[in-house]
Design a protein around this ligand. Structure first.
Ligand code: G1P
Length: 293
């Protein structure tokens, strides 16, 4: 059983400046809900209610978001707005959320290492705080199911076009079934010529507690940081690592164009926005076509 999740949310968000100069990228809203709330919801929907968020300098608003705001609650109650009161209380009671701060920007592997006391001897899920998914079965639930079967660390993967491989950790290996690969190679953000395949690490992992010893042995890699991809490469040679093709759509809000696309897709899923928004886009596309043909 996987009962704990770790959400690393300590990165500087340099790809999203200037919006991330004074606010965490994980708090960027998709319409009206901060990205990290979707990530916490994915944990809850996958049966995980014990969550450790790794934060860092300038990330205090993440803690505030999952805390109660009594002043705001009082105002809303005065207005007898029960709907919003319930919504606010839902956020602070979604899960048992703990926080720890990464003291220096030493990379994703180092951030995950901060979870060693919290997770102890148990396997745990890792969900990167800047990506969200749209799937029938939550991706983390899909990974937990795969873990129950293989009992190894599991990495979520998806295929990306050649021009995008240098943005991701890339894995190569042997497919054991349609969705499951025995990982034989892993490289963090390779140039296309050095990439073993175009299967990209998709921001979700199940890690066995042996990962902490592997992180201790991991030298600094890409960007002079401790990369979890490199620690998993060590694990690949000891206990073995499995990659699982995700079933669903993944959105990376760490990059501006994908963030824009995410907002559009999520708007189309909202009853109150879908129709007027489609109408608006239809008009804009027509105008754009007229101006550019
Ligand atoms: C991280 C990981 C990378 C993975 C990516 C997924 O990179 O290091 O292996 O493919 O997340 O989003 P980052 O985007 O934090 O630079």
């Amino acid at each position: 059983m996987i009962k704990k999740a770790v959400i690393p949310a300590a990165g500087l968000g340099t790809r999203f400046l200037p919006a991330t100069k004074a606010q965490p990228k994980e708090m960027l809203p998709i319409i009206d809900i901060p990205t990290i709330q979707y990530v916490v919801q994915e944990c809850v929907d996958s049966g995980i209610e014990d969550i450790l968020i790794i934060t860092g300098k300038g990330k205090r608003s993440i803690e505030d978001h999952f805390d109660r705001n009594l002043e705001l609650e009082e105002r809303i109650l005065e207005r007898e707005d029960e709907l919003w009161y319930n919504e606010l209380r839902h956020i602070d009671s979604m899960a048992n959320i703990h926080f720890i701060r990464q003291k220096e920007q030493n990379g994703l592997g180092d951030a995950i290492y901060y979870a060693r006391y919290h997770c102890g001897n148990e396997p745990f899920a890792v969900l990167l705080g800047d990506s969200v998914n749209d799937s029938v079965i939550p991706i983390t639930q899909q990974m937990i199911d795969a873990y129950e079967q293989y009992r190894h660390s599991i990495i979520a993967v998806q295929q990306v076009p050649d021009e995008k491989v240098s943005r991701y950790g890339i894995v190569g290996g042997k497919f054991l079934s349609e969705r499951i690969m025995q990982v034989e190679e892993m490289v963090e953000k390779p140039q296309p010529a050095q990439a073993p395949s175009n299967w990209a690490v998709a921001g979700r992992y199940i890690l066995t507690p042996e990962i902490f010893a592997a992180i201790e042995q991991t030298p600094r890699g890409k960007g002079n940081e401790i990369q979890i991809t490199d620690s998993l490469r060590i694990m690949m040679q000891t206990e073995g690592v499995i990659a699982m093709k995700i079933e669903g759509r993944r959105y990376d809000i760490g990059n501006k164009l994908d963030y824009l696309k995410t907002t559009v897709d999520f708007a189309l899923k909202r009853k109150e926005f879908a129709e007027p928004f489609v109408e608006f886009m239809r008009q804009r596309v027509q105008q754009w076509d007229q101006q550019h043909k």
